[in-house]
Ligand binder design. Structure first.
Ligand code: NAD
Ligand code: MG
Ligand code: MG
Ligand code: MG
Ligand code: MG
Ligand code: MG
Length: 339
């Protein structure tokens, strides 16, 4: 079995006396900056002027330009949106990196697909939390953490692995488990996971279920509860104890339905499509499309987003959640100011 590392396996000292620049203060950026500071590390935040800057300053950070943060720091963590990293890197980071610095990422995309080609005299590694930034922060505050992958692309100091581990520990990940990977594996599995299962697979499954029920004449409110709201309750059981724990909690009727109908919905044909999705990722076809889409000012992204937000499941959901004050205010609303 792969070796999973925890706090006791990691030396914090290697990061001590080093300055860490957190570039970007969004979902991951705010969490890394706050957690590292509370773990006793020296953090400076690098940003362009704007709303994120105000938020970082309210949180008590010194905020400087990305260029200045890079100049000051020994370790530069790039937490900008993937699609903006190349431009900011070329303009503000690359000219200010010094030999022996560490250039760090939370996702391997730009290095793996050669959108950023780092100089030969810096360490390059990734520390990729396997969860949303807001949970990286929340779990840290609760004394827990979100697991993370680390991987070294370039080690010029001989310390890159130790630095990556100390960084992962600083954001609280070693409380949950830290696992070694490569840039290739992290990039391809992360893209596949979010496309086929976690985000794309899930939204398509939920919508298809909702549409099947409403098209058959059932009430949209009932379909919403059945296909979307209950998802969280089921997922919590999976998270806590795997498939067996979830099946233990549901009725035997539901479990029998799971066994006989689940494989009719997600079958070999679906798996074949998943394989195609993975092949497009591996071949760089997905990356190319996403890079070009950004160069086209996101024409398709924006049109699809507008259409998706108008789906009946979204309208019904907004109305029903108004009446469920215990359902947390969406992060999207709360964090609008952070972007
Ligand atoms: P985000 O969109 O939440 O935040 C980006 C930050 O960068 C914001 O503070 C924004 O103001 C700033 N920014 C944007 N353009 C800028 C520019 N041109 N110059 C300076 N600052 C700029 O980003 P995110 O979702 O936290 O993603 C950051 C990285 O973390 C990505 O590599 C992503 O793949 C990775 N990651 C994200 C998550 C997640 O939970 N969102 C999970 C794992 C890995
Ligand atoms: Mg996002
Ligand atoms: Mg991911
Ligand atoms: Mg991702
Ligand atoms: Mg039920
Ligand atoms: Mg049961």
């Amino acid at each position: 079995m792969t070796k999973v590392l925890y706090d006791q396996d990691i030396q914090k000292e290697v990061l001590q006396g080093k300055k860490i620049a957190i570039v970007g203060y969004g979902s991951q950026g705010h969490a890394h900056a706050l957690n590292l500071r509370e773990s006793g590390h020296d953090v400076v935040v690098g940003l362009r002027p704007g709303k994120s800057q105000q938020k970082a300053e309210e949180d008590g950070f010194q905020v400087v330009s990305v260029a200045d943060a890079t100049k000051q720091a020994d370790v530069v963590m790039v937490l900008l949106p993937d699609e903006h990293q190349t431009a900011v890197y070329e303009e503000s980071i690359k000219p200010n990196l010094k030999a022996g610095n560490a250039l760090v990422f939370a996702h391997g995309f730009n290095i793996h697909f050669s959108q950023i080609v780092p100089p030969a005299d810096v360490d390059v590694f990734l520390v990729a939390p396997k969860g949303p930034g807001h949970l990286v922060r929340r779990t840290y505050e609760e004394g827990a953490g979100v697991p993370a992958l680390y991987g070294v692309y370039q080690d010029v100091t001989g310390e890159a692995t130790q630095l990556a581990l100390a960084y992962a520990q600083g954001i609280g990940a070693a409380r949950a488990g830290v696992l070694e990977t490569s840039f290739q594996e992290e990039t391809e599995t992360d893209l596949f996971g979010e496309q086929a299962v976690l985000c794309g697979g899930l939204t398509s499954l939920v919508k298809a279920g909702f549409e099947t029920l409403t098209e058959a004449g059932y009430q949209p409110e009932v379909a919403y509860f059945e296909c979307l709201h209950e998802m969280k309750l089921i997922v919590d059981l999976l998270y806590e104890g795997g498939l067996e724990n979830m099946r233990y909690s549901i009725s035997d009727t539901a479990q029998w339905g799971d066994f006989v109908s689940g494989p009719r919905v997600i079958n070999d044909e679906t798996k074949g499509r998943m394989k195609e999705v993975l092949e497009d990722i591996q071949a760089g076809k997905f990356a190319k499309g996403w890079i070009l889409e950004n160069q086209a000012n996101r024409a398709q992204f924006n049109a699809t987003n507008a259409k998706e937000n108008q789906h009946q499941i979204e309208k019904v959901g907004r109305e029903l959640r108004e009446l469920m004050p215990f359902v947390k205010q969406p992060l999207q609303e709360k964090q609008k100011d952070v972007k």
